[in-house]
Design a protein around this ligand. Sequence first.
Ligand SMILES: [Cu+2]
Length: 171
Amino acid sequence: MSTQAAARQGAARGAENKRKRVVKRVRRDGEWKRVVKINRWRTCARRATAPVAPAPVVTPPAPAPEPRPEPEDPSIPRLGVKAEEWSYTLSRPEVPAGEVIVELNNMGEDPHNLNLQLQDGSGPEASIPVTGPSGQSKARFALPAGTYRMWCSLDEHETKGMSATLVVAAG
Ligand SMILES: [Cu+2]
């Protein structure tokens, strides 16, 4: 079969299956070789109807859920502590023994923290971490009855006046 015949036959077959069979004779390393290539049969019509791959739908990752504040039991007594330079102001001088929610409100211009411990130093220290200006931090403590010392542990804040006394009364 001649090269032309093969090409014709290939073209005919290509028309059926949308492939074009190309037969070439090439000289390689001094020898003639028969090379058959199968090409995709491309036409404008085919291109027009070629399915367009849909753009991948990019779903933005769902935002991490905000940590929801633990619902507070309204029966738990609360103590507000206003911090500023250089003092603490307590919303009440006394709370009942047991669970208490302590809220540190920094109304000053510097960061402050809050620490409390039985005045005789017998119990553990409870603390609310450093809170920036206009910040508010809350913590829930279980306080046995006694008289507590409250202080800010940042450099010299206590000696400048950031200390207070809290009475935790036996129920
Ligand atoms: Cu302070």
